[in-house]
Design a binder for this molecule. Structure first.
Ligand SMILES: NC(=O)c1ccc[n+]([C@@H]2O[C@H](COP(=O)([O-])OP(=O)(O)OC[C@H]3O[C@@H](n4cnc5c(N)ncnc54)[C@H](OP(=O)(O)O)[C@@H]3O)[C@@H](O)[C@H]2O)c1
Length: 320
């Protein structure tokens, strides 16, 4: 019953704020100069960069001169994105890295390859994300959407921290959460194995976890010169939405944002001087946004994050 109330609150808030129409409205206040900051010499890693918001983010960073590493699970789709970004931006410093971020073993070998180059990482964009309508388990025994959105985000960020610290004080981690997290408290049934599986609820819980983790990382590592930001791109028409939420996509039609509009605040967060931003904060349409909706009773749940990170550490197997 309370869950239905939270979902209704989220729906009303979303239709008021997350559509294309609201992007057009909010963008009237945007400052052109915010996006004119060059990124030459900055090493940026973007996960899930072959389509949708991740592709638009990678292209946006490459067009500003950054060295961009596209992290993709599928070589063919990754190579197509690489070729398209190089030719549309004229930037030769765009590279493809193959890594399935639902696999802890893939993440470990990817980070070990990047670490062996000895270069700092200025920007990590945790964009790869999925909403599975059926419960699927990875070969490592993890529920597949939690593997990508939850423990994969945790493991990759934790393992990349030494490289990010090398770029301090200019290092930042941007995690693409979702407004869907407004409908969920921080939950401890990570793998959704104690109840009947509901893909949208699992997704909302994963996305809540990303927001709470961002807060926690900021508290634990903030003094090391790394900034942590979570964000919501709004509702954008991407291959992911077409596959996972076809009914929603049909209902919204032209009122869905483009991938570039969805990526706008991601690129903005990559570019802004860090003293303009709040580490641990949640952003939407180039501004800090609330992490909880009034009357949704989700705020208290964040108090458990330290305990949950111990479980994430164990599930990710990164400490062994
Ligand atoms: N679109 C929206 O309205 C919306 C709203 C809120 C939040 N978001 C968030 O925005 C992010 C991007 O989503 P999108 O809408 O742009 O969807 P998308 O077009 O499906 O893009 C998702 C990207 O993640 C990649 N990916 C998925 N699983 C992966 C894995 N195991 N390893 C490596 N890469 C993987 C996909 O690669 P493949 O091509 O190989 O599948 C794809 O490149 C997600 O975190 C999503 O939750 C989107």
């Amino acid at each position: 019953m309370f869950q239905a109330w939270r979902t209704a609150l989220f729906g009303i808030y979303g239709f008021r704020n997350f559509t294309r129409q609201s992007f057009v409205e909010h963008s009237k206040k945007y400052k052109e100069e915010d996006m004119l900051i060059p990124m030459e010499g900055k090493n940026c890693v973007v996960t899930g960069a072959n389509s949708g918001i991740g592709y638009a983010t990678a292209a946006g960073l490459a067009s500003r001169g950054a060295n961009v590493h596209l992290v993709c699970r599928n070589r063919e789709r990754g190579e197509a994105a690489l070729a398209k970004i190089k030719s549309s931006t004229g930037n030769p410093n765009v590279f493809l890295e193959i890594c399935d971020v639902s696999s802890m073993s893939d993440i470990k070998s990817f980070v070990s390859r990047v670490s062996s180059r000895g270069e700092p990482v200025h920007v990590l964009v945790n964009n790869a994300g999925i909403l599975n309508n059926e419960r699927v388990v990875t070969p490592e025994g993890l529920e597949a959407s939690f593997a990508v959105n939850g423990v994969g985000t945790f493991a990759l960020t934790e393992l990349m921290l030494p490289l990010l610290k090398k770029a301090a004080p200019d290092a930042r981690v941007i995690t693409i959460s979702s407004g869907g997290m407004y409908s969920a408290p921080l939950y401890n049934d990570f793998q959704f194995d104690e109840r009947n599986f509901d893909g949208s609820r699992q997704y909302a819980q994963d996305k809540r976890l990303q927001v709470a983790l961002t807060e926690w990382w900021s508290e634990v590592h903030g003094k090391d010169g790394v900034g942590f930001y979570s964000m919501h791109p709004g509702w954008a028409d991407t291959p992911g939405v077409a596959t996972s939420l076809p009914g929603f996509r049909q209902r919204l039609g032209d009122n869905l944002r483009t991938s570039e509009e969805g990526a706008d605040t991601v690129v903005w967060l990559c570019l802004q001087p860090k003293d303009k931003l709040t580490s641990g904060g949640f952003y939407f349409d180039r501004a800090e946004a609330p992490k909880h909706l009034h009357l949704a009773a989700t705020a208290g749940s964040h108090a458990h994050i330290s305990t949950l990170t111990r479980r994430l550490l164990s599930l990710s197997t990164i400490s062994s």
